[in-house]
Design a protein around this ligand. Sequence first.
Ligand SMILES: Cc1ncc(COP(=O)(O)O)c(C=O)c1O
Length: 391
Amino acid sequence: MIGDEGDAEASTGLGGRARWRARAAEIEAQGLRRRLRAQVPVDATRALIAGEDRVYDVFSSNDYLGLAAHPEVEAAMASGGAGAARLIAGNRRGHDALEAQLSEWLGRPATLFGSGYLANLAVFTALYGEGDMIASDAYNHASIIDGLRLSRCARRVVTHGASELPDEATAVVVEGLYSMDGDVPPFDRLQSALRGRTLVVDEAHALGCLGPEGRGVAAGEGVTPDIVVGTLGKAFGAAGAFVVGPPEVREILISSARPFIYTTALPEGVALAASVGVRLATAERRERLAANTARLRAGLQDLGIDALGVAHIVPIVTGARTMALAGELLEAGFLVGAVRYPTVARGSERLRITLSAEHSNEQIDRLLTAVSSACTKTDDVAFDTSARRDV
Ligand SMILES: Cc1ncc(COP(=O)(O)O)c(C=O)c1O
């Protein structure tokens, strides 16, 4: 029986359930227990929590352009699966068509992956290895960190936002728009520091939203990274991810990247939905997202509340009070992300507000009122911005 408490045999010995119970209790005791909550989308920016009848305004999704609930995206999603890895029997016309569309948009061959997490594992394990030393920004996403670990390359974690690179580095990896800080790297200085090293940029949170034709932050700075990682489950409203680079990179990925070879292909319906999402990621949506970003950031500034970053990810560092504040915002009818260790350093826990092109001015203004009333109830929290993440 699942959840059986009385399995004495299984709970004895070092490898038994006793160890897992102790670990689960430790997580609980450290205040790190996470709970799943089923959301039922009502429209692009509102959702019910399953079991409740209240509608919440969602300010925690990565659906930045409001495409996940678009009828055309949803309809495409209803098509079939894949049934096997792409190199076996799972390659469908929907995969080829999406890759062609992405390649045309971004100017170089694109290769699909099941998720951004897998794409990052693939980039570092297939394109780098022993003999490489990779400089990695301290705030890089867990999937980059895990890719680096798995690749067996030497890695040097560099201060967030730094552009000085270790002499021995053969490559540098940054995010285009940092997922938890909402800021961007100094691409101009990084570009001049490269001197023959390769540049990998994970544009997961920027593609579709920022840069010329939504081609990302690096493109907006006139920089062409050697490798770009993009995801299809955020601005494009579907799921999956892709890697863009020179033609030989696609050859290497298809022929040797384990996260490409040894996993079932993205369902064809998801590829078709992503394809619709990429087509619907228009300048008009980007403009609405930018206008919403400007409204929220200006409103916070007027309230004297400091937010990090520059774009549609709007983090407010609230330290130890973060979970309580997120609870107060929930009471007030808003779903706002509460980010804590190990995703960010202890002491720099934060509310992570994310915007959608589909949020109305009225929703943003109501959120501002709620944030203001929650934050004024809170004592100032000291936090250490230099604290390091789990890298
Ligand atoms: C910077 C970055 N890269 C990669 C990923 C992983 O993407 P996916 O959710 O498609 O696995 C994320 C997810 O949030 C991310 O923030």
